[in-house]
Design a protein around this ligand. Sequence first.
Ligand SMILES: Nc1ncnc2c1ncn2[C@@H]1O[C@H](COP(=O)(O)OP(=O)(O)O)[C@@H](O)[C@H]1O
Ligand code: SF4
Ligand SMILES: [Mg+2]
Length: 382
Amino acid sequence: MQNNKVNTAEQERELFEQRVATNKAAIDSGDFSNFDDEVEFTLEQQRKLEQIELDKVAPTNPEAILEVRHLKKFFVLKKTFLGKPLSSLKAVDDVSFMVKPGETLGIVGESGCGKTTMGRTILKLHEPTDGQVFFEGEDIAKYSQKDMRALRTKMQIVFQDPYSSLPPRSTVGDILSEPVKVHNIVPQSEVKDYVMDLMEQCGLRDYYYERYPHEFSGGQRQRICIARALAVKPKFVVCDEPVSALDVSIQAQIINLLKKLQIERNLTYLFISHDLSVVKYISDKIGIMYLGSMVEFGNKTDIFNNPLHPYTEALFSAVPNPNPDEKTKKIVLTGDIPSPANPPKGCKFHTRCPRAMEICKHIAPEYKEMGEGHFCACHLYD
Ligand SMILES: Nc1ncnc2c1ncn2[C@@H]1O[C@H](COP(=O)(O)OP(=O)(O)O)[C@@H](O)[C@H]1O
Ligand code: SF4
Ligand SMILES: [Mg+2]
């Protein structure tokens, strides 16, 4: 009986190794007709786990204010009777990057690719499923909500919709004073002067202090939201599509205000947007997301002058070129965005990629550094 068991385990291992060898031969020959996707998936998971374990103990980058390693946020869609997850939606699926103090990291990608979820998970407004989030060298992914309370002043968020994110029954003065009082930012006797000063820095007139949010336009409300986020003197701010809900004529004013405040206060921004021209203007670094994954990341100049990933190329080709002499060929992406609850095997982008090859359907490309600080996940560069 014992022997039988050993034999079976050994036989299974041998069989697995044979299937691995068949897959290797398929990769070498380019003929994937006998390729075993299940075996590849198992190997891919093993490789990922090994890398995660290695990175877990690697020293943090002393230059980074924020370093994210293998961050995951899965939303459970179905559970068993006993509460065990049966299926989940991988909104953020193994994302890693770092930002230095005073920099802006722009995050771009189509709606539903996980930008908001990533921003909120970094701030721990969502509990991470896995991964590390080092803020000033401390892994806050493990922090309890109680531990996070002390950090809330250092990390803030500005939401997309300035209409719904302000309490309608409080005056602007009350809205801005409350966080200052709660977190003891200045002595109580100085709160009003502090708030007035903050309002001036954010382009809000004195008399707004007694007024209510509904009395203002979208642009003015977003200035109030920005002032509220900055009231507690944060170091890091997630700006989640802060101008998307505003008139185009107002957008530049708000972007310029964010830039001015960043310089005055040495702020670090994670700036989420689906608008590439806005991201180009404000960012130092750019990350491109697709279906929960970072597919390309780098300095703004590298990303704009030398985009590597076909998805980045397609996004850029959709932006109108102001120079009529420079003709850019528009790349039209066909097919719907797949669901992050059931992403395609291999490269998640293969169902829409104009440059997809046979290998892309079977093997997920590795996220690799292609040039200094320029990362990309695509088989074109294997
Ligand atoms: N609380 C939630 N529960 C379940 N699914 C969610 C939740 N929040 C977001 N999602 C899903 O996660 C994916 C990423 O959403 P989101 O982060 O809002 O994308 P983006 O900001 O890029 O538009 C989407 O498929 C969305 O439907
Ligand atoms: S790996 Fe293949 S499918 Fe994916 S982006 Fe690169 S070429 Fe396209
Ligand atoms: Mg969003």
